[in-house]
Design a protein around this ligand. Sequence first.
Ligand code: PMP
Length: 284
Amino acid sequence: MSTRVWINGQLFDKYDAKISVYDHGLLYGDGVFEGIRIYAGKVFKHKEHIERLYESAKAIALTIPLTPEQMTTAVEDTVAANKKVEGYIRLIVTRGPGSLGLDPRKCEPNVIVIVDDISLYPKELYENGLEIITSSYTRNHPNAVNPRIKSLNYLNNILAKIEAIRANCLEAIMLNHKGEVAECTGDNLFIVKNGVLKTPPIDAGILEGITRNFVIDLAKGDGVPFAEATLTRHDIYVADELFLTGTAAEVIAVTKVDGRVIGSGKQGPITQRLRERFTAAVRQ
Ligand code: PMP
């Protein structure tokens, strides 16, 4: 069966799923999106993703032409139409087709739901940990495009990702305009130091990751001391453990940053425990 894509209430074969070249999503990256997982036939953290999508849309003054309930149903229907049990959902709302100028007033938003497979990091990296670098690109200043908005304008992250790939790495840490650690190009970041789990606060200029929030809940439930804390590159280099969280990545250890071995150079015990707890919880 071929993949069926939902566009504005209709299902199309993926090769016939098309939108206008005048769509401001294409012309200007004007739109918002979500990436969501399907585990054991269930949409994981569905409500949280729908809420974040509507908040992103509100922040860019984009009115989504569906209620959150209708959007939830559209996602469920597309998952069912594709008979997906394990997979990935890409939910997109573009500003829609308009004139060639920036003015969005004549645009009618397009709503798209794609249900497909996800390629995670290679399995061995979940055992051995990732090697990453610090990017030279500053994460968007919150007064420019706030990183809390999951917008279609991902060039900031893509430039850092290209830099990582050129350095033979798959992820990069992005610092904010103050030089503090913000997040990675598509993942949030946590350290463990002296038994305390730490992650940058939202006002470091990050996306408030749904996996991040879930991992914080798991850690608290396990009695792991936790704090949101301003982190610098120094804190990263001298951390006992370092790991990333994200919808696609889940929980993955980082064992090398900018050529420095982190902690023992292996996935640390708290990271391992949280990864196990995460893997078990998503299927409950
Ligand atoms: N930061 C950025 C920039 C991201 O793109 C993502 C992936 N959505 C994350 C963090 C992780 O967020 P989540 O756990 O909600 O997938």
